[in-house]
Design a protein around this ligand. Structure first.
Ligand code: A2P
Length: 334
């Protein structure tokens, strides 16, 4: 182990894949050999790692031989195809897609919250949806202190959650708008520049989107609270990389804003930016590039005696994706 591991990144040319490479470097993950994979279109292109170009390889029989840890962020269809091949080759897979998250045999891990779950893996561990991660981080200390009863969450999700195409589309549409040109949507169903899209992913028969149901089901699994009442609304906003969530959390025992501030401050991975007298609250432009999630606007819910309102912001590509995935890998090393 001292000399490092053979690590694969599948989807290495994508937004989360590139972030994974940066986080592996930053956290000095013991990588002895790095293999990077993407679609056939990218075979032969290079991605930088530790100052060197690494060539994208073709996914073909034998390509995963010797891989010990694999990070997959190429989408759920690809994960369903490649994860079993990687496990067969002897690798442990940390999967960023939704492919295995609700599989009872697959741990769904946020290391600050349920590191214990990672011990029971059978070759695949899942990283939760980015909005779920940012939302569940402050919910955990509230639950431990006062037992959660009901959560209302409204998300303001950045375009990085839709990958490199989402990021490119916001940039292109903003430039088109500045030039006075008509904005033509390509990746999103409607213009995203100077707009809000109150539906992410497909609708279910009950009027909730798949993204909203991920937030419900994954939060319940991570917190081990199958009956937790959660009311979700997820919205795509013209922000590049951070997700923000307005949360109302109702607990059995009342938690005052002062107590909540203290609970959040003590919880690893959370920081409190909350001072109305100084106009201090977290915003995407300030949180971008950081691994912690930032909480502010902490106040009583005026409509419920045990309700608390707050606002939490996290970098979607870091804690919402790559940082959480690399933290899971670090648990495996430990
Ligand atoms: P490519 O760049 O060759 O399309 P994002 O989430 O930012 O859109 O990135 C998706 C990632 O998944 C990219 O690295 C993309 O590679 C990769 N990808 C897409 N389709 C496949 C596939 N069939 N096999 C492997 N990787 C894929």
């Amino acid at each position: 182990m001292a000399s490092g591991m053979t690590v694969a990144v599948v989807g290495a040319t994508g937004a989360a894949g590139q972030a994974t490479l940066r986080i592996l470097e930053e956290r000095k993950f013991p990588v002895r050999e790095l293999r990077v994979f993407a679609s056939e279109r990218s075979v032969g292109k290079t991605v930088p790692f530790r100052g060197e170009p690494v060539r994208v390889q073709k996914i073909e029989p034998g390509a995963f031989k010797g891989v010990q840890i694999a990070f997959c962020s190429a989408g759920s269809v690809q994960s369903k195809a490649y994860a079993p091949m990687l496990v067969q080759a002897g690798a442990v897979v940390i999967d960023k897609s939704s492919a295995f998250r609700m599989d009872p045999n697959v741990p769904l891990v946020v290391p600050e919250i349920n590191a214990h779950a990672a011990r029971n893996h059978q070759g695949i561990l899942a990283c939760p949806n980015c909005t779920t991660i940012v939302t569940v981080m402050p919910l955990k200390p509230l639950h431990d202190a006062g037992r959660l009863r009901r959560v209302i969450a409204v998300s303001y999700q950045s375009v990085s959650g839709a990958g490199v195409n989402g990021i490119a589309e916001l940039r292109e549409q903003t430039l088109a708008w500045a030039r006075g040109e008509t904005i033509k949507p390509r990746h999103f169903p409607y213009p995203i520049a100077f707009n809000l899209i109150p539906a992410i992913d497909r609708f279910g028969p009950d009027g909730y989107t798949a993204e909203e149901m991920k937030l419900v089901n994954e939060t319940r699994k991570i917190l081990e609270l199958p009956g937790l009442l959660i009311s979700p609304t997820t919205v795509r906003v013209p922000v590049f990389t951070c997700h923000s969530i307005a949360v109302t959390a109702e607990t059995e025992r009342k938690i005052t804003p002062a107590q909540a501030r203290e609970l959040f401050e003590r919880f690893s991975g959370l920081k409190v930016w909350d001072d109305p007298t100084q106009e201090r609250y977290p915003m995407p432009v300030e949180v971008e590039g950081q691994d912690d999630c930032f909480v502010g606007r902490i106040r009583e819910d005026l409509s419920s005696p045990t309700g608390l309102n707050f606002w939490v912001v996290g970098d979607q590509l870091r804690k919402g994706a790559a940082t959480n995935a690399v933290q899971i890998a670090e648990l495996l090393l430990g």
